[in-house]
Design a protein around this ligand. Structure first.
Ligand SMILES: Cc1cc2nc3c(=O)[nH]c(=O)nc-3n(C[C@H](O)[C@H](O)[C@H](O)COP(=O)(O)O)c2cc1C
Length: 281
């Protein structure tokens, strides 16, 4: 077992590091390149039913394009995370069903994008969110993940409870840790009082280990990864570094994380997940 391997939402992955949905994960060639250079899970760009030309950040060829690739890669043992957008509950359900049948291991509902907020408005009420997730849950067998916006009208505890009750296994949260965080990496000790340091950390604190947290945002090197794990994240998604540097960024960050774990005498990344402490109670 590699030091950075993990069980996420009940799925065994070779690494906690994976690409974030979007960058270099839309076209066949990009996806095959990501798959070839890194053994961790592969996250598809968000897709809807028929494909989109706009908005620019959600441009995609539609779910059948991704389903065909999922079929090929899962046959070779690759763990795929499919990401879903849509403008209606029915669209989410149909896309989820197609990806599920294609062998995708984890279905990530992208509820973080304005495109979804402005159409489905999943966070308009608890009933709306429940209906959307419940509809997908009823249509697909795969592990469910929800990518959350950094802010919603729901407090983290209420949101965590709702996700758990809907059998969502994974919450993908923002890794918005303060830039000037004073932390001793060797002990995982942060200066000051016990507090939520990021969206991901807040959701980790409120989910009592019944949800697995994936952190996304600002993970550019091994130290960023180490910190995000200390704050409770079991999985980490890399976006901008991948855009800037190419697919090799995933392996580099994985190796840097592995080296830091070794330096601090850890045999597995599991030994640091959620182990932040504070100098004041
Ligand atoms: C060009 C581009 C396209 C993106 N497309 C998607 C997408 O299709 N679905 C999604 O959930 N997030 C998308 N994102 C957001 C990323 O998944 C990620 O949340 C964001 O880039 C923050 O991570 P980073 O700081 O490592 O870049 C996109 C980001 C970029 C830069």
């Amino acid at each position: 077992m590699e030091r950075t391997s993990i069980r996420l939402g009940g799925v065994d992955l070779h690494s906690t590091i994976m690409n974030a949905s979007g960058p270099r994960s839309a076209e066949r060639g990009e996806i095959y390149e990501l798959s070839a250079v890194h053994a961790g899970a592969l996250v598809f760009k968000s897709c809807n039913l028929a494909g989109l030309e706009a908005p620019e950040n959600l441009k995609n060829r539609g779910v059948e394009h991704f389903a065909a690739i999922a079929g090929e890669l899962t046959a070779r043992g690759k763990q795929i995370i499919g990401s879903i957008v849509g403008t209606s509950e029915d669209e989410f359900i149909t896309v989820a069903r197609i990806l599920d049948r294609a062998g995708v291991a984890i279905l990530e509902l992208n509820l973080a994008d304005d495109y979804v907020a402005n159409s489905v408005a999943p966070f308009a009420s608890f009933e709306r969110l429940k209906a959307l997730i419940g509809g997908v849950r009823g249509a697909a067998n795969g592990v469910l993940a929800v990518k959350l916006p950094p802010r919603s009208q729901f407090p983290p505890r209420a949101l965590a409870d709702l996700l758990k009750s809907m059998q969502v296994a994974i919450a993908v949260c923002q890794n918005d840790l303060p830039k000037d965080l004073e932390i001793d990496l060797a002990t995982g000790s942060v200066k000051g009082k016990l507090r939520a340091l990021s969206h991901a950390h807040a959701m980790y604190q409120e989910s009592e280990n019944l949800l697995d947290i994936v952190a996304v945002g600002g993970i550019n090197n091994g130290r960023d990864a180490y910190l995000a794990h200390l704050s409770g994240a079991k999985g980490l998604q890399v976006g901008s570094a991948l855009m800037k540097e190419g697919a090799g960024a995933l392996g580099r960050i994985d190796r840097e994380l592995d080296a830091l774990l070794g330096e601090h005498g850890k045999r597995s990344v599991s030994e640091i997940i959620g182990r932040l402490t504070f100098t004041e109670a």
